[in-house]
Design a protein around this ligand. Structure first.
Ligand code: ADE
Ligand code: ZN
Length: 337
């Protein structure tokens, strides 16, 4: 792929819908926060931090990911983390970012919900000054109990207007979606939008996807490309306009490949697939890198790339007036090419 293609992709107005803010903690910021907060992380150079990034599946990734969060302590830490990401997102042509955060990964080590949300919310408010809009999605950790998720949902109540929706992440093994059916039903009553991870090649992936579509009633699925195993479910997802947030670079770290065939098949089948970056500081690719990697591997056309950007805007949780404005920006960009 030429530098012209990188430029074309960067210029596409797009939404990033699958981005864990804790997964944007770059080695440089990790070291700076460790020093600022007097936290010993056992590493003092970027090279040492990078050398610790040894993972081959979701579980081994998460074993590196959670301990690193110990450097996130104050409201300013969360603000700095989010602002660093938003600067990169703006440079990648992201016009709207829906950012996942994991309150339990912080409250479980003594950092209050308020500290986390106040820091992130300040960044959301400052995001437009960088040329990007942002929103927050609160994720529950599926390897913790449903009771803990329900407590977290309750703790979020005073901040209801700062959070657009809820999701489910962390280790899927032995933690099927139905474990959180009640929590998600309550979240829906509270007016939250719903999404859930159905990670790649998990034991029971296709059953989990069926459950999130039929029982939980999500609007979007994060990852979810194992749906291609059941053509009837693919047809249903297309008819219902279910959004998929796929992350090719992260897929190739936690499984044997980027699942490009599946992503392209779904895209060409008319399923609302978008591309996002998941945990870019760990997997080494922000959203443009992800789109480029897929484009190179699967020889995507510019029409394919434009459709991925269009889908991201269509399945985002902006209000409809804003969506029209963003889609018009995309159309204007395409007509200039
Ligand atoms: N937490 C951060 N990244 C994740 C992923 N890709 N899957 C599940 N949980 C996560
Ligand atoms: Zn994810």
């Amino acid at each position: 792929m030429t530098s012209t293609e990188r430029e074309f992709i960067t210029g596409l107005p797009k939404a990033e819908l699958h981005l864990h803010i804790e997964g944007t903690l770059e080695p440089e910021l990790k070291l700076r926060l460790a020093q600022r907060n007097g936290v010993d992380i056992g590493q003092t150079t970027v090279e040492q931090v990078q050398a610790s990034y040894e993972f081959h599946d979701l579980t081994s990734f998460l074993a590196v990911y959670y301990p690193a969060m110990n450097v996130l302590v104050t409201e300013d830490d969360f603000y700095d983390l989010a602002m660093d990401y938003l600067r990169r997102a703006a440079a990648d042509g992201v016009v709207h970012a829906e950012i996942f955060f994991d309150p339990q990964a912080h409250t479980s080590r003594g950092v209050s919900f308020k500290t986390v949300i106040d820091g992130l919310w300040r960044a959301v408010q400052d995001a437009p000054s960088l040329g990007v809009d942002a929103a927050l999605i609160m994720c529950f950790l599926r390897d913790m109990s449903a009771e803990s998720a329900m407590e977290t949902l309750t703790a979020s109540a005073p901040y209801r207007d700062r959070i657009v929706g809820v999701g489910l992440d962390s280790d899927e093994r032995d933690n099927p979606p139905e474990k959180f059916a009640e929590v998600f039903a309550r979240a829906r009553e509270l007016g939250y939008r719903l999404t859930m991870h159905c990670d790649i090649d998990q034991v029971g992936s296709i059953d989990h996807i069926r459950t999130v579509l039929h029982t939980i009633g999500v609007e979007r699925i994060d990852h979810g490309t194992n749906i291609v195993e059941d053509p009837a479910l693919v047809a249903e997802a297309r008819e219902r306009g279910i959004g998929f947030t796929c992350c090719p670079v992260s897929n190739s770290f936690v499984t044997a490949d980027m699942k490009g065939d599946e992503i392209v098949q779904l895209l060409h089948d008319g399923v609302k697939v978008s591309i996002a970056s998941d945990d870019p500081a760990y997997f080494g690719g922000y959203v443009v890198d992800n789109m480029l990697a897929l484009a190179e591997k699967k020889q995507l056309t510019r029409d394919d790339l434009a459709l991925l950007a269009r889908n991201s805007l269509e399945i985002s949780w902006v209000d409809d007036g804003k969506r029209e404005v963003l889609l018009a920006r995309l159309d204007a960009y395409l007509s200039e090419q």
